[in-house]
Design a binder for this molecule. Sequence first.
Ligand SMILES: *Cc1c(COP(=O)(O)O)cnc(C)c1O
Length: 400
Amino acid sequence: MPGFELFGEAEKSQVQDVLDSGVLMRYGFDGMRNGHWKAKELEKAIAERMQTKYAQVLSSGTAALTVALQAAGIGAGDEVIMPTFTFVASFESILAIGAIPVLVDIDDTLTLDPLAVEQAITPKTKVVMPVHMCGSMADLAALKAICTRHNLLLLEDACQAIGGTYEGRPLGSYGDLGCFSFDFVKTITCGEGGALITNNEAYYKNADHYSDHGHDHVGSDRGAETHPFLGYNFRISELNAAVGCAQVQRLDEFIAIQKEHYSIFRYALTGIKGVTFRRVPKGGVENYSFLNFFLPTEELARKVHAKLNEVGVDACFYWYDNNWHYYRKWQHLTNLKTLGRFPQEIINGLPNYSTADFSRSDVWMGRTISSLVKLSWTKEEVEKRAQQMAQVITDVLRDI
Ligand SMILES: *Cc1c(COP(=O)(O)O)cnc(C)c1O
């Protein structure tokens, strides 16, 4: 997955442009910048590639989620439905605006189960936030139908699946708003960075102003600009955006490499009795950043994972035990461990997660292993890895 593996001349040359002018900020200083507007250029490239009217580049993926929620008018006490399997950024962005993260079970897509989503809707629900984890997507048609029926927003977290598609449309562009991360380990990187995309002009304008202290960005004198509403600073720097300008041009090249490697792993594991693959919803195409597969039981998944580590097959994840990506280890959320006192709306509204039953998620997560698909592996390395994975799994499953 990580774009940093293929950092090269194009990235350096983009950064050099910024260093040559010395304008490290995305707004203002028009005369000094030699025509370089890296953040704006990146926004244009992202909107074009993702086939949306608007893109707003931000300081991180977490910032993108936070700004997307604010831009759509979500606030204190509103409920946002999110999956039990995701990165902690999902609930961080929801809590940051005083809203309530409502955790909901996943199914064999490893993302939101539409039936469980429908059951979790209350009069306070405002947003459904599917997270397209590990390269593949949620059942977006089913989720959109639910959102339409209940008048809810669909906000796609496509941070781990950039470049994948659903019904022929880029992931992130199907919902009302979509978010990407360009942190150091994502498919394309800015070092740190993120973006939101939308076709809704009001949301875009809100995002543009909100992420820069409420600046309305009218005219060319920053000091004279007005502030129609309160904002914050979620700006990206020109240096980071410059890296993104080079990386976004390489997205399709990266995905082609991932697909090639993924296909070799998939072929090697197909047909091993007891191995099944994560379901990709009808109409979906992965971005191939991970190969995700199920073993018959939790015990066997643990055995296979341990054995893979033992023989040196690195970058295989057993998310069920992971501190950052699965609800079981989110005790800081469960116990609401905060530095200062949180808004009363959150304290009152947060479900009691210490007694919640997510056994329907456990059934899938406990049996899942995810193999990262790296860009820098040689064909020989990929083939050796595929063969080792197949061997380990076959050995473990032989006795069942
Ligand atoms: C990486 C990631 C984020 C957050 O992105 P940052 O740029 O690291 O803040 C959000 N959601 C998911 C699913 C991610 O993988």
